[in-house]
Write a protein that binds this ligand. Structure first.
Ligand SMILES: [Zn+2]
Length: 196
């Protein structure tokens, strides 16, 4: 079998169709999380991946820099969680690996605390701010996803690296998306079980 020489992932077609219609500016944390929750809910219903979405915005202006969803199933790549997809799209759009270069103050908004993989991806991305709808074991209890061994002081570790953390925006709305997913018969696709 020849060795692979490149990798690629794409947003699902339903989101590509909506990309030009997403709001150019999202002024408040609630506006931003409302979009994230809506994309997350649509993503699992469309069968593109898990009930997760994220956006990157410019903190100062609210300008939308990128929007993404979990595309693990569609891409066949286990790392394509919403955070990795969205951060990579922002880096692609801006043409640089460091989203904080030149004093840029970019924010990642996601509908739960990042899993252990996305924790590192967020930390290395150059974003200066992280906004999540919630944290803790509730997500795993509802959906069956394994978030991995995230450290207890995960938020403090971000803060100590100059990345601000905000927890709790639109919490109940995020949980409602997870409950709808958990009540469905969708595939939980982590690598250690439950995949059919
Ligand atoms: Zn993740």
């Amino acid at each position: 079998m020849p060795l692979a020489s490149a990798l690629s992932a794409s947003l699902p077609s339903w989101l590509l169709d909506e990309l030009d219609d997403l709001p150019a500016v999202l002024s408040t944390a609630e506006d931003r999380m409302d979009l994230v929750n809506a994309l997350a809910d649509r993503n699992w219903r469309e069968g593109s991946g898990g009930p997760f979405a994220a956006i990157v915005v410019d903190t100062a202006t609210g300008a939308l820099v990128s929007a993404g969803v979990n595309v693990v199933l569609a891409s066949g790549l286990s790392s394509m969680h919403a955070e990795v997809t969205t951060l990579s799209l922002a880096q692609t759009a801006l043409g640089r690996w460091d989203l904080g270069a030149g004093g840029a103050d970019l924010e990642l908004v996601v509908n739960w605390r990042p899993c252990v993989m996305c924790y590192g991806s967020t930390m290395w991305s150059g974003v200066r701010s992280l906004v999540v709808a919630g944290e803790g074991p509730l997500l795993e209890e509802i959906t069956g996803f394994d978030e991995g061994p995230v450290v207890a002081d995960w938020a403090e570790q971000f803060e100590s690296r100059g990345i601000r953390v905000s927890i709790g925006t639109r919490h109940d709305e995020a949980v409602a998306v997870f409950r709808a997913y958990g009540d469905s018969d969708s595939i939980v696709y982590n690598a250690r079980g439950a995949v059919e």
